[in-house]
Each structure stands twice: as structure tokens, then as C-alpha cells.
Ligand binder design. Structure first.
Ligand SMILES: [Fe+2]
Length: 239
């Protein structure tokens, strides 16, 4: 065993500027597991408190995975499909599948969209930057529009940036865990969880403050990759 190499590797990891795993999609069918977070629970602080991230992942997301498995195991029609395929084909006719499959997918995508606060702040680039400018005039205008759509959601839900069948960018506000993937309405590649479990305790219920801080932990490089590789081509990001 090369102890020197292992020690050097641990040292590099400890001082890594961006301690986030490389994107590695999990394409499961028939049975699903809770994916690991691509970084430590505390690494999104001070924007997201470690205890909130821990319970969000280990309790809420984990419950979605278990409930989704129960649904899929009881219906043989569902056994051969990925979660994006299930949402696309059956989401509009099966509310439980829409809720728990949506919860599985939405959270799977969420953690990749974010990055530790120690990471270099990245900016929009390439085709996504051009498309956002074409659609909203500037990134600031887009952020304003996305934030006001998020603020307007009454109760639990998500706000999404997605690409529709005509390759136009859309902001979609969805209640509960309903995904824009249902009926292929739109392919999401950036979003914000607006359920109280994602912010309430840390922000003392101040959703506007949570929304304004959220922009500081976005991994724009990966969001751009999700747009170019998947959403703009009419494909779901595989998480
Ligand atoms: Fe959530």
C-alpha cells in the first residue's frame, strides 16, 4: 500500500477548494435507494444549516424513496422504468406516484444544483447564458422573475427553470412535489425547494430571506451542463 500517496490524497481532499463529488447519475429501475449527498452536511452553511440539510436528506428525502419503492413494487407496470420515465408516462394518472416519484426526483436534482460555500463562485456561461439573456434580458432580471414566482407559491412547492418542447425557457411554480416532467411539460435543470422543511427553522419562517441567500450556493457550471446536455435536448437530467 502506498501510504505516502494516500496521505497526500487525504491532505488534498482536506484542503480542496470545492469539496463536491463529480456528477454521477444513478439510473435505477424497479427499486430505488437514497443517493448520498455530493458534499458534507455542513458545507452549505451559512446559507443552509447543517441540521436542516441532514433532516432534509435523511428524513424527508428518505421517506420519499421508501414510499416510491412501495408504489413501484406493488404495480408491475412500473417496474421497468426510471423515475423520469414513470413521471412522464404515469404521473398525471397516479397522484401518489406523482408525489413520491416527484419527491425522489426533485431532491435528487436539488443537491447537484447546489455547491459548498467554499467553492469558487461560478457564473453562467455558454448557451444557457445566451438563452437567459434572450428570454429575460439579463441574469438579474431572470433572478428577479424566478424569485417573485417563488415568493408567490402558496404553501409547499417548488420553483423550476426548465426547457419546454419548443426549446423555450420557462419558470414553473409547482405545488407539493409535482414535477414539470409529468406529461413532458418541461425539462427542469434548476430549481428551489419551497417546502418549509428546507428553510423554516433556520430563517425563522422568512421565505424571502431564504430565497435571496439561495443564489450564493448555486453550481452554475453544473446547471449549464444540465441544460446543454439534457434539458435543451428534451431529456430529463438523469438523477
Ligand atoms: Fe424538500
Amino acid at each position: 500500500m502506498d501510504y505516502k500517496r494516500i496521505a497526500l490524497s487525504l491532505l488534498v481532499s482536506a484542503f480542496a477548494l470545492c469539496p463536491k463529488d463529480e456528477f454521477s447519475p444513478e439510473i435505477d429501475r424497479g427499486s430505488f435507494t437514497l443517493p448520498d449527498l455530493p458534499y458534507d452536511y455542513a458545507s452549505l452553511e451559512p446559507v443552509l444549516w447543517s441540521q436542516i440539510v441532514y433532516y432534509h436528506h435523511n428524513k424527508h428525502q428518505s421517506e420519499y424513496v421508501q414510499a416510491l419503492n412501495d408504489i413501484v413494487h406493488k404495480n408491475y407496470l412500473y417496474k421497468d422504468f426510471t423515475v423520469p420515465e414513470l413521471l412522464s408516462k404515469f404521473g398525471s394518472s397516479d397522484p401518489k406516484l406523482a408525489h413520491y416519484g416527484g419527491g425522489y426526483y426533485n431532491h435528487g436534482l436539488l443537491w447537484w444544483i447546489l455547491q459548498p460555500t467554499s467553492c469558487r463562485v461560478t457564473s453562467l456561461d455558454g448557451k444557457l447564458q445566451d438563452k437567459i439573456k434572450e428570454t429575460w434580458g439579463s441574469l438579474d432580471n431572470f433572478k428577479q422573475s424566478f424569485s417573485s414566482n417563488s415568493t408567490a407559491i402558496f404553501g409547499s412547492g417548488w420553483a423550476w427553470l426548465c426547457s419546454d418542447s419548443k426549446k423555450n425557457l420557462r419558470i414553473k411554480a409547482k405545488e407539493n412535489e409535482y414535477s414539470p416532467l409529468i406529461d413532458d411539460e418541461c425539462y427542469p435543470f434548476f430549481g428551489m425547494d419551497l417546502w418549509e422543511h428546507s428553510y423554516y427553522l433556520y430563517y425563522i419562517g422568512d421565505r424571502d430571506d431564504y430565497i435571496s441567500q439561495y443564489w450564493d450556493i448555486i453550481d452554475w457550471e453544473l446547471v449549464t451542463y444540465f441544460y446543454e446536455e439534457y434539458a435543451s435536448r428534451g431529456k430529463a437530467v438523469p438523477v
